[in-house]
Design a protein around this ligand. Structure first.
Ligand SMILES: C[S@@+](CC[C@H](N)C(=O)[O-])C[C@H]1O[C@@H](n2cnc3c(N)ncnc32)[C@H](O)[C@@H]1O
Length: 288
């Protein structure tokens, strides 16, 4: 068999059977469905782990993975895709601001779950939007931001970003919600403490049977994570999340995630933004 140039120049031996095992493990642990086109991507992400552990090839790494629970977390962290940005898909933040303004007279605090928060840009964008909508740094708002990846959660809770990450934000937002680093922190910006206080970070694997949080939520952001899951997993998660929404709550999906077929659960009310289908509100508020 002719091996491709990429395969023959690889630093570590990486066979199809290794890739198949990796696919099965990440599917089982995180629900992430890896297509065959991801073989090289997986190699480059895990090769870093082999180097760090001084292991000779993927077969040895996979045996090590089976025996070392701590490595399992590193494995998942290495294989998640964490692409995000402040105010990514900005239309959702306009919708959130309108929703918050319409509900300002409510007795309860607005509760938002950001279910795949990556390095924090998304929950802090939610916090900025709500601070602006309520016109105060301490709006009556609680945001839970969760992710499966412990590295991104640690980064998110630090709330420190290189200046290029916030470059596209209006000057006023940069001034109001970030502190510019000096000395050894030059070139960085830190989210102000008032904003950080609005966000609680939690490690949550959406695949777990029990989520350590309690509904009801007014808004659930679950953007650009469902795409990694197969359809049955997506539907099961959507069903669980809608049970956590208030009857007039919002479910916000990513740009390539469509649930228009799930008419028994949700109804489209804006760009990848959903309300509960009229019968789906029973059980909101129950811990699951
Ligand atoms: C592409 S990022 C999306 C970030 C953000 N929601 C956005 O739209 O900008 C996908 C995130 O989903 C997380 N993720 C993947 N599988 C997960 C799972 N089973 N449970 C929770 N989070 C998961 C990844 O760690 C990653 O941070």
């Amino acid at each position: 068999m002719i091996r491709s140039r990429v395969e023959s120049t690889r630093e570590f031996n990486y066979r199809d059977v290794d890739f198949e095992r990796i696919k099965a493990i990440i599917y089982c642990k995180a629900g992430i469905h890896l297509g065959d086109s991801k073989k090289q991507l997986v190699y480059s992400r895990l090769a870093r782990r082999l180097r760090a552990l001084h292991l000779p090839d993927f077969a040895t790494y996979l045996t090590y993975l089976e025996q070392e629970p701590a490595e399992q977390e590193e494995f998942v962290n290495a294989l998640t895709t964490n692409l995000t940005a402040f105010f990514r898909e900005s239309h959702h933040f306009t919708i959130l601001a309108d929703y918050a303004k319409q509900h300002q007279s409510r007795a309860h605090r607005l509760r938002v779950w950001c279910a795949a928060s990556s390095t924090g840009e998304e929950p802090y964008s939610i916090a900025i939007t709500l601070a602006e909508a309520f016109g105060r740094y301490d709006p009556p708002v609680d945001i839970i931001a969760s992710d499966i990846d412990s590295n991104v959660l640690a980064e998110a809770s630090r709330g420190v970003y290189s200046l290029d990450r916030i470059e596209a934000l209006p000057l006023e937002q940069k001034k109001q919600f970030f502190l510019r680093g000096k000395g050894s922190n030059a070139g960085k910006a830190k989210v102000i403490d008032q904003l950080r206080r609005l966000v609680e970070f939690k490690k949550i694997n959406l695949l777990d049977k029990h989520w350590p949080l309690q509904g009801p939520f007014d808004v659930i952001f679950c953007r650009n994570v469902m795409i990694y899951f197969d359809k049955p997993t997506q539907m099961a998660l959507l069903e669980r999340m809608t049970r956590l929404l208030r009857p007039d709550g919002l479910y916000i999906a990513g740009h390539s995630e469509s649930f228009t077929q799930a008419t028994h659960l949700v109804r489209l009310v804006g760009k990848t933004t959903y309300h509960l289908a009229s019968t789906a509100d029973e059980g909101a508020g129950h811990e699951i």
